[in-house]
Ligand binder design. Sequence first.
Ligand code: SF4
Length: 217
Amino acid sequence: MTLTEELVNWSYEQKCEKAVKSLAGNGFVAEYCRTSRDAAEYILAEAAEADSIGFGGSLSVADMDIAGKLREMGKELLMHSAPGLTTEERRVIMRRQLTCDLFLTGTNALTLSGCLVNIDATGNRVGSMLFGPKKVIVVAGRNKLVDGNIDDAVRRIKGCSSPPNARRLNFNTPCAKTGFCCDCNSPERICRITTIIDRKPRQTDLRVLVVNEDMGL
Ligand code: SF4
């Protein structure tokens, strides 16, 4: 590891720890994970008691490559983005995610004051984060940290997250071509629902893993 990498990691570690402390103050169970492998181990341990596991479609979770291991453990995986599904089949899976045993997702932004900020098109992902699943685990890579307020978090999402996500998901939006948000009114606009989770939802076991690696968009 170069000295630059060492110092960047140290700097992010301070920010991650600050976010963890703030999240705990806001009622969440929050853990610092030095690597995505540590986060994967946490999830696999928590999955032991779950039968059905919902995937919110997050790149952070997909990059951890845990689906195969969960399958080997005999878990039912609810993945609406699996290839070859019809629109109706995807809808059925998204509905079932709302009541699964364990829901796995990333977050578009996490403020150092411990707020999760997300923008969704359909609402299935943010809906499952709020209420329904027995347990929710949010994986937040260090690139999602925002040292600022909710407006800054939304700015991060519209600047760094939504345009490449629109491109990844093949939506016909201006940002998918230019890389910049123009607050479009496109029929395929993906920014339709903005949620702020600023305290642990009362009846949801919502845990946040803050990872000292870049993960997802
Ligand atoms: S509002 Fe439109 S242009 Fe802006 S990020 Fe969302 S989909 Fe892209």
